[in-house]
Design a protein around this ligand. Sequence first.
Ligand code: PHE
Length: 532
Amino acid sequence: MKENRETTGRENWSGRLGFILAAAGSAIGLGNIWRFPYITGENGGGAFILVYLLCVAIVGLPIMICEITLGRHTQRNPAGCFAMLTPKSSLLSHFLGAGMVLTGIALLVFQSYGWGIAALVLGALVFRKSWRLVGIMGVLTGFLILSYYSVVGGWAIGYAVKAAANQLSFDSMEPAKETFVNFVSNPLPVIGFHLLFMLLCVLIVYKGIQKGIETACKIMVPLLFIIMLMLILRGLTLPGADAGIRFCFTPDFSKLTAQGVLIALSHAFFTLSLGMGAMITYGSYLGKDENIFGAAVWIVALDTLFAILACLMIFPAVFAMGFEASEGPGLLFQVVPAVFHKIPFGPLWAVLFFLLLLMAALSSGISLLEVVTAYLVDERKWPRHQAVVLSGIVIFQLGALCAVSLGDWEAMRGTEKIITACFGGAKASFFDLIDNLTSNWMLPLGGLFIALFTGWIWGVRKAIEEIRHGSKNFADVHLLTLMAGLKDDPSHNGGTHPLTLATLWGIFIRFVCPVAILITFLHTIGWLNLTP
Ligand code: PHE
């Protein structure tokens, strides 16, 4: 670790715990608390949770290891990382670029102009930039996600304030819904809260890796856990809460659709902060002697734990109060205040709940801002402080557009028409467009390319060499030996390594992950229909 700091001048995490908590803080966010419960509610509960766990284990964990390894090896932001490792010419990237250009031409012929032009431009870029594009796309994705993420973070602040002022006492769903719609469509206060959220992010990232991000996460992640436990205990002790528990833990496979499986997979990327290089960036501050595999398992396990806890926090209360589990994206901001109204000391629980949401969003928001900052510092040689403040300002402005696009603001009408005309389908706001573009397209695509790049271009062998520092068991001990508890004992291999964690990981990165992501992706764009 010391050696890193001396040779690259790069600040490192203070140690293993700091890294794990910061990365877990990035992973645990609105995805766990806001999104996971409502998609679970919409997709039938227990069976969906099982499929989600499978996706996390099969695709999430291998790519998490991949990203941290890429970061630690190159000690760079995602764009710098790919620039450093991309070979002079790559047949695979030329092939992909040509495929995209041809697809673009075909789409234009079929008069799908929006997608056609997008495919053409992207194809040309892939051709020119090759794998470097993956890193650049990662930084761009971070920039875009933070713009709308910060708006939702602002909603959490706004709702915490409302709860404290006791303005959230609804006894049925209708006024709760109305309040929410009125709140998000009134641009000025929403932009104010969004500004506050961005300021908090800037303030933390400004202070640097150890003093800023690490310290903030060391406080916020344990606090999150405590608040969550309190809220779970409160929910569980309500009469009728057992229906909620049953809903979460009794798998009913008849309710699970192919669509549900695909939602589970793309959610795995979002919730683990994968596919855009947040973990590459955090990995770049990791010391050489730390155990990458062990840390990745911890991060994934903590994120999963918080997702399950979020369901345990929300569903028992929702069922006990007689609300619908399949309420959709409004589940949190509409059902939760209504639920809290009906229990003793409601406003207090509601304030706690929205503070919890705010902290979860903040610990993820700083990781998004750090990606953009690290890019400007490494590649553009900007001083860190200037990079944080300026990117904060630009992201705030884009976020303000997202916030305004949800309201009924005349000037935004034009963009809605353009978005709808270009991409067809339902009427979409700028906010929805960015959310959809990043979560359903850029993250899975980024994940696919990160796996393909590591598996086939940079090479599993080099990646494993990097992981070996700090984790001997990963590549040198037979899997059975390891499972039997005979750790650190390469002698059981007889000098060869037929089956180790490393070989298993290599197979996943080269074959299993790309195929799984590709299937999801083709389904998302409608070229493969798995729904019976
Ligand atoms: N993982 C975060 C969440 O669950 C969102 C996020 C995505 C953060 C990508 C960083 C990068 O809310």
